[in-house]
Ligand binder design. Structure first.
Ligand code: IPM
Ligand code: MG
Length: 361
């Protein structure tokens, strides 16, 4: 069956990094893997062409695709647009439209890059965490929301934090499933659910449902942590965690924190999956407008996102590992883009990094 992939380059460095990921996928295509790529705009790029960050043209292509590969969205030229027209709304729109409720954000520290972290190498060496963030609920989408004038005549802003039982159940199942799959040689699978159950009813409810779902996964050791403590523990001793599961807003914050433990956000991939394994795959970093168009960006996070796509949507573990091993080979050989450069290494551009990874494939 043909693998039907929508490609959304987006803004800033998006087009440059997507180009390198497509070159890597082309290696597999030329060997006979049946893939088609269909390009469409998202974010600022889409606003420029269609007057909307997630226009119908892009909706149709993404709805018909098996998977979506995205570069990045956003740029300073769009900051003053009305909120519904801003690039970020394109991203929130596609998540909701495709039902991409499960956001997987791995934070992995490659041994070659142990010095890139601002934390002591012994604290982060060998780090391998998976953050499972709920992506289509919580205060991000809860109604009512807005700005208004209250009865005292004072203006106020308000949002609604809300989770339904089915929303919590389905993300809990995804997280327990991932914890089981990641179980390493005889060790018990571990899952930490992050909440603020001491203050917020929404997350007290979250915790209750996660505990109920846990009955179906006796092999997994479930723990619970308040989000403030989790933020602290991630810095103090991040290797105590394996898989973490949390709601949309806490996951947004903790995943940025976890990514910086590795010191190289340019290396981190992500996947956002729906109930039928359709997925949106994108680097965890942003559109980096300051270096856009200069062939300086690190394409590795996007290339690793393509590997996640092969793993999670197309169930092709071998092809995913082949891409991941090619990245490791190139790092071991000393090639570095500017963001991860160290004395004594070979500094390469975005496209040269692509050349090296294609050659390693
Ligand atoms: C992310 C980003 C988005 C989010 C923004 C750009 C809407 O921070 O993917 O983590 O808050 O989800
Ligand atoms: Mg974020």
């Amino acid at each position: 069956m043909t693998m039907n992939i929508a490609v959304l380059p987006g803004d800033g460095i998006g087009p440059e990094i997507i180009k390198q990921a497509l070159r890597v996928l082309d290696v597999l295509k030329n060997e006979g893997m049946d893939m088609t790529f269909t390009e469409a705009p998202l974010g600022g790029q889409a606003y420029d062409q269609y007057g909307h960050p997630y226009p119908e043209f892009t909706q149709n292509i993404c709805r018909a695709a098996d998977a979506v590969l995205l570069g990045a969205v956003g740029g300073p030229q769009y900051d003053n647009l009305d909120r519904p027209l801003r690039p970020e709304r394109g991203l929130l729109g596609i998540r909701k439209d495709l039902g991409l409720f499960a956001n997987l954000r791995p934070a992995v520290l490659y041994p070659e890059l142990a010095n890139a972290s601002t934390l002591k190498p012994e604290v982060v060496a060998g780090l391998d965490i998976m953050i499972v963030r709920e992506l289509t609920g919580d205060v991000y989408f809860g109604q009512p929301r807005g700005m208004r004038t209250n009865e005292n005549g004072e203006r106020e802003g308000f949002n609604t934090m809300v989770y339904s039982e089915s929303e919590v159940r389905r993300i809990a199942h995804v997280a327990f499933g991932i914890a089981m799959k990641r179980r390493k040689n005889g060790q018990k699978a571990k899952l930490c659910s992050v909440d603020k159950a001491n203050v917020l009813e929404t997350t007290e409810f979250w915790k209750e449902i996660v505990i109920d779902v846990a009955k179906e996964y006796p092999e997994v050791e479930l723990s619970h942590m308040y989000v403030d403590n989790a933020a602290m523990q991630l810095i103090r001793n991040p290797k105590q965690f394996d898989v973490m599961v949390t709601g949309n807003i806490f996951g947004d914050i903790l995943s940025d924190e976890a990514s910086m433990l590795t010191g190289s956000i340019g290396m981190l991939a992500s996947a956002s999956l729906n109930a039928t394994k359709k997925g949106l795959y994108e680097p965890s970093h942003g559109s980096a407008p300051d270096i856009a168009g200069k062939n300086l960006a690190n394409p590795i996070a996007t290339i690793l996102s393509a590997a996640m796509m092969l793993r999670y949507t197309f169930d092709n573990e071998a092809a995913a590992q082949r891409i991941e091993n090619s990245v490791k080979t190139v790092l071991a050989a000393g090639y570095r883009t500017g963001d991860i450069f160290e004395e004594g290494m070979k500094r390469v551009s975005c496209s040269e990094m692509g050349d090296q990874i294609v050659a390693a494939m």
